[in-house]
Design a protein around this ligand. Structure first.
Ligand SMILES: *Cc1c(COP(=O)(O)O)cnc(C)c1O
Length: 264
């Protein structure tokens, strides 16, 4: 259930707030790139606008932002439609866990899907992309959390979810599954492989996890040279992600402010 935000500040006030936040985030990205000896142009910014209204998306677009991310189809689909009706020139990123029965909807408005983590999703996205005459960029979401538990020899709790083997909380393919998924995406009409994505594990340092993602990304790129995107880094850890090669950061809170808790 989506919980609406605080009553909105007047448009002008919200615009200057977003302008300041955008300047701060841009400066953080630039500083992190400088520290890593990378050109700032290597890192693109996706504003994760979940729980925030289309009026914010419009303001961000007017401030020059081009890429928007959402994590739930129920929220993203109407927002993408409203933004399209406003004529906003945006690239839409779907960054949340994706169920197969939502794939058709997501493939109708998303340009980039960051959360591809299983074969059934690939065929479902591909079928719909072809039907809609679209080419969808897919990133493979890698589960860095379960992997670490495995390496530590912890079996973890029995997984009763229908997606056995996957991180039930946040999704993602095991590192060992990535190569097969990459080949499947490239073989699927309507889809192309853009690279990899991950969320830092909870309660563990982000940097080593992002380093692992970078290694996985390198292996994928060696086989699929177009797959250059490393989607990693959020408001709290974008510096660690950029230090480990992220080419795309997904920023919500630092741009838009705090989200109210919501119940799924
Ligand atoms: C919400 C979300 C983000 C943005 O998180 P912030 O910490 O608010 O910057 C990034 N990636 C994914 C997958 C998300 O769900």
């Amino acid at each position: 259930m989506l919980v609406t935000q605080e009553p909105h500040l007047a448009d002008d006030e919200r615009r200057s707030e977003l302008r300041e936040n955008l300047a701060d985030v841009t400066a953080r990205i630039a500083a992190a790139c400088a520290a890593a000896g990378r050109p700032a142009s290597e890192v693109s910014l996706v504003a994760v606008t979940k729980t925030f209204p289309v009026s914010d998306i419009r303001l961000l677009s007017e401030l020059g932002l081009t890429d928007v991310g959402e994590n739930r189809d129920q929220e993203a689909a109407p927002k993408a439609a409203q933004a399209a009706a406003l004529g906003l020139p945006l690239t839409w990123h779907f960054v949340g866990q994706l169920q197969v029965n939502k794939a058709a909807s997501v493939a109708s408005y998303a340009d980039v899907v960051h959360s591809v983590d299983r074969l059934r999703l690939i065929t479902a996205l591909g079928r719909r992309a072809v039907a809609g005459g679209r080419e969808l960029c897919c990133l493979i979401q890698v589960d860095l959390e379960t992997d670490e538990a495995d390496e530590a020899g912890e079996a973890g709790q029995a997984d009763e979810s229908p997606q056995a083997g996957r991180n039930p909380a946040r999704g993602g393919a095991r590192p060992g599954e990535v190569a097969g998924l990459a080949d499947a995406i490239e073989a699927e009409p309507g889809l192309w492989l853009g690279g990899v994505m991950a969320v830092a594990p909870l309660g563990a340092p982000a940097r080593p996890a992002f380093r692992r993602l970078r290694e996985i990304a390198g292996a994928v790129r060696a086989r699929h040279p177009r797959a250059t995107t490393i989607s990693a880094g959020m408001s709290g850890d974008l510096e660690d992600a950029i230090a480990e090669g992220a080419t795309l950061v997904r920023i919500g809170t630092a741009l838009l402010g705090g989200r109210r808790a919501f119940v799924r």
